[in-house]
Design a protein around this ligand. Structure first.
Ligand SMILES: [Zn+2]
Length: 457
C-alpha cells in the first residue's frame, strides 16, 4: 500500500464537529492535503509522512465558524452604539457608515475582519459601504469571504429623522456598481472571495429596488442577505405603507426562499413564521446583538417549524463562540428550562454546518470530514477558565471565548498562528483603524459627544 503524504498533520487534539453528524472525538488526527481534509481518524495512517506536523495536546479542533451576517467596518461606533438605540444606521447621534471615506472604510473593515478571523471565523458574510475599497484588505488576511455592497435606495439621513425617501437614480447607480463588484471579486483570492447581494431592509429598499436586486442575484446565481423584521419601527412603517408585514412584503416580491439569508427576524407573527418555513428562507440568528437591544428572535418556535437557523455576530464584535453561548441561553429562556432541544451540539451546528448549508456549500464546509475544505479553528484549553476540559464541546460553548483560538487554518493554510496573523502587521491594522475612527468622528456634527482624545493617542 502506498504511503500517504500530507501537507499538514494535526495530532493529539480533541475534535468536535466530525463527519456529517458532528460527532466528537476525545483524541484525533487530521491530515490535510491540497487545501482539503484528506484524513480523519484516531491515529494517522500507517507510515504517513507530512511536510509539517503540529502536536495539539490540550487543544480543541473545530470546523471554522461561519459568521453569516457581519459588518466588519462598523467597529467605529462600538462601545457607544448599543446603548443609544439598535442598528447604527437608524440611530441619531452617531457618525454614519456613509460618512466614511473609502480608505477609512477599508482600514476599519480590515480590523473587523482580523478580529473575527482571530476568533476562529473562517468564513465571513459581510456587507458594508465602499465594498470595492474594503475587499482587498479583508482578503489579504486569508479568510473566506462572502462580500456585498450595502444596497439601499433610501437616503439614511432621512431614515435618521424617521422618514423614508426612495431615489430611483441612486437605485440604478447602486445596481450598476453591484454588478461591477460581482464581476471584479467573485472567485478572487484563490477562490476564497465570493460575492452575494445585500438588500439592506424592507424599509430602506423600495419594492422596485428589491425586485431588481432579486433579478440580479438570480442572473449571477447569488445569495441575498437582508435585515428582516429587525425592529417594531420597521414593521409599523411597512404595515402603514404596504398594509402587510415585512415578511409578507418580501413574499409578495418573490424574495423569500432558500437563497434569502434573513438576518434577525425578531418581530414575526405566526403567519410570517409559516411563510418563512414554507419557503425554506434561511434565518440568520443574531442572539447577542438582539439581546443587547432588549429583544430576541423566536428561535424556539422557528425550530419547531424546522426553520433553518444559522448564526452571526452582526456588529460590534466578531466572536462566534460568544454567539453560540447566547444562542443557547436565548433558546432556553424561551423554554424556561434546560431540555434536549437546546444543547451545545445544536449551537455548534448553527455556527458551522447550518451556515455552510445556507451558503450552498454544505459539501465543502461546516464539518471535519474527508473531502471538505480544511477551514479549522484550534482552541487552546490549557488555561484556568477551560480546565478541566472533560467535555470539549460543553467547555467551549459555556466557558470559551474567541480569544482562546490559538491557530486558524483556511484552505489548509495557517493564517493565524499562536494568536497572531501570519498575513498582516496587526499593530499597523490597529493604528490605521484608530486613525480612521478619529477622522470620521472629527468630521461629524458638533451635536455628537466630544471625542475622548486619549483614546486615539
Ligand atoms: Zn446587520
Amino acid at each position: 500500500m502506498q504511503q500517504q503524504h500530507f501537507d499538514l498533520l494535526l495530532k493529539g487534539a480533541m475534535l468536535i464537529g466530525v463527519g456529517p453528524h458532528h460527532d466528537s472525538m476525545a483524541r484525533g488526527v487530521i491530515g490535510i492535503r491540497d487545501k482539503r481534509i484528506a484524513w480523519v481518524g484516531e491515529e494517522a495512517p500507517a507510515g504517513a509522512t507530512a511536510t509539517r506536523e503540529m502536536s495539539l495536546g490540550g487543544r480543541i479542533v473545530s470546523p471554522g465558524f461561519i459568521n453569516m451576517h457581519y459588518h466588519a467596518g462598523l467597529n467605529f461606533v462600538r462601545g457607544i452604539a448599543p446603548d443609544l438605540g439598535f442598528a447604527p444606521s437608524y440611530t441619531p447621534g452617531l457618525p454614519q457608515a456613509s460618512q466614511l471615506r473609502p480608505d477609512e472604510a477599508a482600514a476599519l473593515s480590515q480590523l473587523g475582519a482580523l478580529e473575527a478571523l482571530k476568533a476562529g471565523c473562517t468564513t465571513l458574510v459581510d456587507s458594508f459601504v465602499e465594498a470595492d475599497a474594503i475587499a482587498a484588505g479583508m482578503a489579504e488576511l486569508g479568510g473566506r469571504l462572502f462580500l456585498s455592497p450595502r444596497l439601499n435606495d433610501v437616503d439614511f439621513a432621512y431614515v435618521l429623522a424617521g422618514k423614508r425617501r426612495f431615489d430611483a437614480e441612486r437605485a440604478a447607480r447602486m445596481l450598476d456598481s453591484a454588478e461591477a463588484f460581482i464581476t471584479r471579486w467573485q472567485g478572487s483570492a484563490d477562490g476564497r472571495v465570493h460575492t452575494h447581494l445585500t438588500a439592506h431592509a424592507p424599509d430602506t429598499c423600495s419594492p422596485d429596488f428589491l425586485g431588481a436586486i432579486a433579478a440580479l442575484a438570480r442572473r449571477h446565481d447569488l445569495k441575498i442577505s437582508t435585515h428582516l423584521a429587525q425592529s417594531q419601527d420597521e414593521v409599523d412603517w411597512v404595515q402603514a405603507r404596504y398594509a402587510c408585514t415585512p415578511v409578507g412584503l418580501l413574499d409578495s416580491l418573490g424574495l423569500l426562499g432558500v437563497d434569502l439569508l434573513a438576518g434577525h427576524c425578531i418581530h414575526v407573527d405566526e403567519n410570517d413564521l409559516a411563510l418563512i418555513a414554507a419557503s425554506a428562507t434561511q434565518v440568520v440568528h443574531i442572539p447577542l446583538g438582539n439581546a443587547v437591544s432588549g429583544r430576541f428572535a423566536p428561535t424556539n418556535a422557528m425550530r419547531a417549524k424546522a426553520v433553518a437557523l444559522s448564526l452571526a455576530t452582526d456588529t460590534m464584535h466578531g466572536d462566534m463562540i460568544e454567539a453560540m453561548r447566547w444562542a443557547l441561553a436565548i433558546g432556553r429562556i424561551q423554554q424556561g428550562c434546560v431540555s434536549d432541544d437546546w444543547q451545545p451540539a445544536d449551537v455548534l451546528k448553527m455556527a458551522t454546518r447550518n451556515g455552510a448549508r445556507a451558503l450552498g456549500m454544505a459539501d465543502q464546509l461546516g464539518s471535519i470530514s474527508v473531502g471538505q475544505l480544511a477551514d479549522l479553528a484550534i482552541i487552546d484549553t490549557r488555561q484556568a477558565h477551560l480546565t478541566p476540559c472533560i467535555d470539549a464541546l460543553g467547555t467551549l460553548v459555556h466557558n470559551g471565548t474567541g480569544r482562546d483560538v490559538e491557530h486558524v487554518i483556511v484552505a489548509g493554510e495557517l493564517v493565524v498562528e499562536n494568536h497572531r496573523s501570519l498575513r498582516v502587521d496587526e499593530a499597523a491594522v490597529l493604528a490605521r483603524a484608530k486613525a480612521a475612527t478619529h477622522a470620521v468622528w472629527s468630521r461629524c456634527e458638533p451635536a455628537l459627544r466630544p471625542l475622548p482624545e486619549a483614546a486615539f493617542s
